[in-house]
Design a binder for this molecule. Sequence first.
Ligand code: BG6
Length: 473
Amino acid sequence: MTGKFPEGFLWGGAVAANQIEGGFGFGGKGISTADVATAGAVDKKREYTDGIVEGIYYPSHEAIDFYHRYKEDIKLLSEMGFKCFRTSIAWSRIFPKGDEAVPNEEGLQFYDAVFDECLKYNIEPVVTISHYEMPYHLVTQYGAWRNRKLIAFYINFCKVIFERYQNKVKYWMTFNEINVIAYQSFIAAGIKLETGERKEEVIYQAAHHQFIASAKAVALGHEINPDFKIGCMLLYPLTYPMTCNPEDVLLANEAMNKNYYFSDVQVRGAYPNFMKKYFERNNINITMEAGDAEILKQGTVDYVGFSYYMSLVASSDKEKGGDAAGGNMVRGGANPYLETSEWGWQIDSVGLRIALNNLYDRYQIPLFIVENGLGAIDKVEEDGSIQDDYRIEYLRHHIMEMKKAVIIDGVELMGYTPWGCIDLISAGTGEMKKRYGFVYVDKDNAGNGSLKRYKKKSFHWYQKVIASNGEDL
Ligand code: BG6
């Protein structure tokens, strides 16, 4: 294969504030929805308690203590040659309750320091505005994203951070994996569904609020700094038909449409017909205000950010479909051609090339792979080394397919930020032992450990990948 990744390709890594920072109770931070999430496991769901309950271990409260160790961590990322670093801003550090008029200066200063540290090493910050957390007060007081008032609070938050960091941050994303609201409504939107509620109506109404908030944020961001690149962020659960039975193909298409619905609205600025018809058929009524259609049109995104970890299968045969295979926030049918990770996620590097082609064909705007990676158990050898060849294999194959998509298929790709570049708390399970990083953090599931950082074998490998702009894999 001849050809290279474009000059300026954004190699880096990704994390989220609530999964790394800790710093609970520091710097005037308020309680967030992530702060009430307990620890779970592959077979034990995380719970979301009503407020903080004494005696319960909450993994986000300390996480990997990036709040106090960001200098050391960013230095390590710079050693790998990172061109960019994707993180998020904890809304509850800036507005502890979410509905205040005046932001918390100490919280703003923390991100000033983090972004300055990145820029010192020529690392471009890529910022997710809302990554699976929001001030908990917005849940108890307003019902979170059920309530249209959230749009104003979110925009207030955006205005403050856009203005404050306009000369430090160029790349933004409005909501992490916005489609996850349909699968995990508390994580994505602070919504606990009550028994007897019309689930879909609640969810799609909340999604509408997020769409309007996102569109308004894009318009506002461009007004504040026309150089801003503001993207959407979609979880991409590539779904294959189990067979060439047209019924299976149709099912797989339908499964994907439920996800494309979110990016369609954010990229094209209007609801797709298949979803309007779905709402009609199922008697789902979304309350929209006059002017909403215009807001969506005016606030389309500059690029599509997406996460890709695995693929799933849809089958019209009940026995073969189902949810045997796991994934980040979603489940689906098992694929006999693929191996799985220790957490049951199907490893499919070719699927990444398919995903890139599908998304680029559909939208024709730049793409950004903002999450990809293998969650695995790492062993620290006696000499302190971590031989994570399985992670290198996973990433190598995915990068090879990404390269084919760019060089052979002509997909416009801005960058690649593998997930959890430094070990962090798993969003799905709250575990620490599910590790994605190039950097190992000494901490276990119960919260014990020195928090010391160690370079894994993959650290040195990824360093070479970046230095050679993806040539030396
Ligand atoms: C994505 C999320 O869905 O998957 C991340 O954006 C999350 O926050 C990642 O950590 C991996 O999932 P998990 O459950 O292994 O942490």
